[in-house]
Design a protein around this ligand. Structure first.
Ligand code: SIN
Length: 303
């Protein structure tokens, strides 16, 4: 018998699988096709203070070994999330959930986290300072150690829950940003978000995505994600949620060896809605193949 259990900021997870924000809605959409309580947890759709219609279409472009998205943080806004989405989630998911929060100013992050803080089902905040698809917010906070730290500090002051900060890979020194967030009081680091990418259509000779550029994700980015998780694990003493191109049980093990205690699956959910279920079911077989009894024993094992 193998054990898939792990823990994240003091909360025990049945397994490390966490569908990434933006690829799993508010959970209840997927609960129509399988019991989502098999998941470790999931990170719900990125939520902002005000409702957002998102970017013009086309917003998605398929690429080799991945896809580009430029959704633009479409969401109904925090008031409607609390009023409409979380009550539906509560009926089908009985574990702590991760609240993914974005903003266009420090005050907006603070407002949204404050509003969500009293929601009992929220186990952690995943503060997204890494969305590449919006101007004047998102990634602009996550590409500077000082700006990322300022968001963390401000959010920590208004919440009682663990604050995990989701970092952008579109930087030269990921370690400096992770360390600044840890020093500002972050309880965990989540990485990586998408890599800024572009695809040009040969017929129209124009970018495929209406917003021209977008975030590239999928199996092609996994080596970048593994490298960054490995580097950050060496530099900080807080837990890491690793993600980026994860689509198999083998990938989960590789990510945990790099240093992740929980693993996010993103683009794979868009290709196959059963991706997380399949990975969870396959993990015991792959663990046995590699002589792993307890998944939590391998965290950071590659160091
Ligand atoms: C989006 O809504 O554009 C994607 C969110 C993200 O990459 O953080």
């Amino acid at each position: 018998m193998v054990s898939l259990k792990t823990s994240l900021c003091g909360i025990e997870l049945d397994n490390p699988l966490i569908p990434a924000s933006g690829t799993f809605g508010f959970g209840y959409e997927f609960a129509e096709i399988y019991d989502i309580n098999i998941l470790g947890s999931f990170s719900f759709k990125g939520t902002t203070k005000d409702p957002r219609f998102g970017n013009p279409t086309p917003r998605i472009a398929e690429c080799e070994r991945g896809l580009i998205n430029s959704v633009g943080l479409q969401n109904p806004g925090v008031d409607k999330v609390i009023e409409n989405e979380l009550p539906k989630l509560k009926k089908c998911f009985f574990k702590p959930v991760m609240a993914n929060v974005s903003g266009f100013s420090v005050e907006e992050y603070v407002h949204t986290c404050k509003m969500l803080d009293s929601e009992p089902q929220i186990g952690w905040f995943e503060v997204n300072v890494s969305c590449p698809n919006v101007h004047g917010g998102g990634m602009s906070f996550g590409t500077s150690p000082e700006a990322a730290a300022e968001v963390v500090r401000a959010v920590k002051a208004v919440t009682t829950k663990p604050v995990i900060v989701k970092l952008s890979p579109n930087v030269t020194d990921i370690v400096a940003i992770a360390k600044a967030c840890e020093a500002a009081g972050a309880d965990g680091i989540s990485l990586i978000n998408t890599l800024l990418g572009m695809k040009i259509d040969l017929k129209s000779k124009k970018p495929v995505i209406a917003n021209k550029m977008g975030g590239f994700s999928g199996p092609a980015i996994k080596p970048v994600a593994i490298r960054m998780v490995y580097q950050v694990y060496e530099a900080v003493n807080i837990p890491i949620v690793g993600g980026g191109g994860i689509s198999t049980a083998e990938d989960v093990i590789e990510m945990m060896l790099a240093g992740a205690c929980a693993v996010e699956v993103g683009a794979a959910n868009l290709v196959d809605p059963y991706a997380c279920k399949n990975i969870i079911e396959d993990l015991p077989r792959v663990m046995e193949k590699y002589g792993i009894k307890n998944l939590s024993d391998i965290i950071g094992g590659a160091h």
